[in-house]
Ligand binder design. Structure first.
Ligand SMILES: Cc1cc2nc3c(=O)[nH]c(=O)nc-3n(C[C@H](O)[C@H](O)[C@H](O)COP(=O)(O)O)c2cc1C
Length: 175
């Protein structure tokens, strides 16, 4: 799939099959994350943690479970792989959040191009940060703070390819 088509096709997958991603595909997605733009080239302020360990995924799911009648989904949508993106925070302007979003976005587009489903997860992070014993199991390097998660896996049905945007953001041109 070419880049434009992958961008138009990407959508949040909120139901994953149990099939795991193979290591070659995973490495390509991680490589695409590493190819993201990062302010002042501070790639050393970022860290990726790939989690495929079922027990750990189940524990995160259990701790972060916020299911209600209106929001009945499991927090990680049963994704077989998650990539946690963490950052050191050094700047007052919080550029770190923008860096993490660029890394996640590159990986989600790559995942789409490779036929995978993905979803950006933010709300689980607050729960992780509030649970020191779980945070400890993530083996983050000293000084790194979890910022966002990309959940990855195969959707039950392939995502239908699209060649136009599904959402609208108002835009104007000043000439
Ligand atoms: C910064 C960010 C945080 C998000 N956090 C969550 C989240 O915590 N849980 C969730 O289910 N979806 C989350 N999403 C997915 C959005 O809900 C989704 O992208 C949006 O509804 C548009 O739908 P689409 O991705 O299918 O185009 C997040 C997306 C972004 C960009």
């Amino acid at each position: 799939m070419d880049a434009l088509r992958a961008i138009y096709t990407r959508e949040s997958t909120k139901d994953f099959s149990v099939q795991q991603i193979d290591d070659r595909v995973l490495q390509t997605i991680v490589n695409c994350g590493m190819s993201a733009p990062v302010g002042m080239r501070r790639y050393d302020t970022l860290h990726l943690t790939v989690i495929q360990n079922k027990e750990l995924l189940d524990e995160i799911t259990e701790v972060a479970d916020m299911r209600t009648a209106e929001r009945p989904h499991a927090p990680l949508y049963k994704a077989p792989t998650i990539i946690l993106v963490s950052s050191k925070f050094e700047r007052e302007d919080h550029i770190e959040y923008a860096n993490v979003a660029c890394v996640i976005e590159n990986m989600t587009i790559a995942a789409t191009a490779l036929g995978l489903g993905s979803v950006y997860l933010w709300s689980v992070i607050r729960v992780l940060k509030a649970n020191p014993s779980l945070l400890n199991k993530l083996e983050l390097p000293q000084g790194f703070v979890p910022v966002s998660i990309l959940a990855l896996g195969y959707p039950p049905q392939p995502i239908a390819e699209k060649d136009a945007p599904r959402h609208t953001i108002k835009a104007n041109i000043i000439r």
